[in-house]
Design a protein around this ligand. Structure first.
Ligand code: LRH
Ligand code: MN
Length: 426
């Protein structure tokens, strides 16, 4: 299924007057504050987020899975679903595949389909946290950190296979997340686990094409509940430095212990030129993989404030990889992803309203209250007319979620795929 432009434009017609009134009111306000509205619109339009191929169906937990109807049962259908998100938002121009959940059968056909949906392939993700049925070795006691050299070899080879798959699709980066760790004190020697992991990552790094990046994703716990080898940003940063200049740290927002100051981690990694990218989501307790901005929207804004500062002041840090990593248990996956895309754009737009010079001047005078006011004024600005305008200028929907519903997209997907089609992934 593909949405055609005219369907979206006719929906926009109905909302146009309302949008124009709100946009004119806001841009007048921003003009008075000497904000360059056109520059902000350009930045919003250029901000493309990759959609995870593993989040297009209903996920589940160990307590059960409630399938969502009309799920994409093949990689082709997953790319079509990302195409629908991109047609509506014009900000979802990439898909991030997870291997072996999404191994293409016909690379040319997959590339053509992605092209037809104006999509590119972002980072490819390896998977050494599950055993494959025909695998020689098991990852029960770890993969790249395993005490057994042939298990490590198998995991290293898998990552090299994932790079080869990504190369055929035009991807330029590999994301490595390890579940490796232990469930009980005394189960593993921390130093041997870390040393094996470092050496294994270095082996994978040597197979990385010249123009590729390797993202090392950290996580404090789950599925191991006593220790995780790559548990925090410091460990990932250390391993990225040990591997080389093409290795970076990937920040998954859900991979932090409660009340961690993630914006400070982001700022530090950008200063050191080692921030590779993000897995956007939100969480109240653990790695909940909830809708972006649905729990801690102000924290997301503060992260984007550091990103905007870093993108203006840290040329040593490369362009970032923007990806969503979510899992949906009870909601329509496409509606959830539309909301996440909106929340990311909203946080970015609000951060672009922060006058970084004015903030630095207030910081240099230790005018604490004014520093807060500068941030909160930006955060309290309703930037949604800017997002809508940027989408409309790119041929997208003024209101993607409303358009998704009024065009009865899910109903059409169910008609095409049936009620019980199931997607691979989480
Ligand atoms: C681990 C993680 C990782 C993916 C997986 C699907 O929690 O965030 O990024 O490999 O989710
Ligand atoms: Mn992740």
């Amino acid at each position: 299924m593909q949405l055609d432009k005219d369907q979206i434009l006719s929906e926009n017609k109905r909302a146009e007057q309302h949008h124009t009134d709100h946009f004119n009111f806001l841009s007048e306000q921003l003009d008075q504050q000497d904000k360059d509205v056109n520059a902000i619109l350009r930045k919003l339009a250029n901000f493309q987020v990759a959609i995870p191929s593993w989040a297009l169906g209903a996920g589940g937990t160990r307590f059960g899975r409630f399938g969502f109807f009309g799920e994409p049962a093949s990689l082709e259908q997953k790319i079509e679903d990302v195409g629908i998100l991109h047609a509506l938002t014009k900000t979802a121009g990439a898909v991030s595949l997870h291997i072996p959940w999404d191994i293409p059968q016909d690379y040319n056909a997959i590339k053509e389909l992605a092209n037809a949906n104006n999509l590119v392939f972002d980072a490819v993700n390896s998977n050494t946290f599950q055993d494959q049925k025909d695998a020689k070795e098991s990852y029960r006691f770890g993969s790249l950190s395993n005490l057994n050299a042939s298990v490590r070899e198998q995991a290293i080879q898998h990552n090299i296979d994932v790079i080869n798959i990504g190369e055929k699709l035009g991807s330029k980066s590999l994301t490595v997340w390890l579940a490796d760790g232990s469930n009980f004190a005394g189960q593993r020697n921390f130093q041997s686990a870390l040393t094996h992991t470092e050496n294994s990552l270095k082996s994978i790094y040597t197979a990385l094409p010249e123009d590729w990046k390797m993202f090392i994703e950290y996580k404090p716990y789950e599925p191991n509940f006593y220790s995780t080898v790559i548990q925090d940003w410091g460990t990932s940063f250390m391993l990225a430095n040990a591997c080389g200049e093409k290795a970076y740290t990937l920040v998954d927002l859900g991979h932090h212990l409660p009340n961690t100051n993630i914006e400070q981690i982001v700022s530090t990694l950008m200063l050191k030129g080692k921030l590779g990218g993000f897995h956007f989501n939100d969480s109240k307790y653990g790695d909940d993989d909830s809708t972006v901005g649905s729990v801690k929207p102000y924290a997301l804004f503060l992260i984007f404030n550091e990103l905007v500062f870093g993108m203006e002041n840290n040329p040593q840090n490369p362009d970032l990889a923007w990806m969503i990593d979510a899992s949906h248990n009870i909601k329509d996956p496409l509606e959830d992803l539309l909301q996440s895309l909106e929340a990311i754009q909203e946080a970015y737009a609000k951060a672009l309203l922060v006058d970084q010079e004015e903030l630095q001047a207030a910081q240099s005078r230790n005018d604490v209250t004014l520093c807060q006011e500068i941030l909160q004024n930006a955060y309290r600005t309703d930037v949604r007319p800017l997002l809508a305008k940027a989408r409309m200028l790119s041929g997208g929907a003024l209101d993607p979620l409303k358009t998704y519903r009024s065009l009865k997209v899910r109903e059409s997907l169910i008609k095409e795929r049936g009620m019980n089609s199931v997607a691979t992934g989480l």
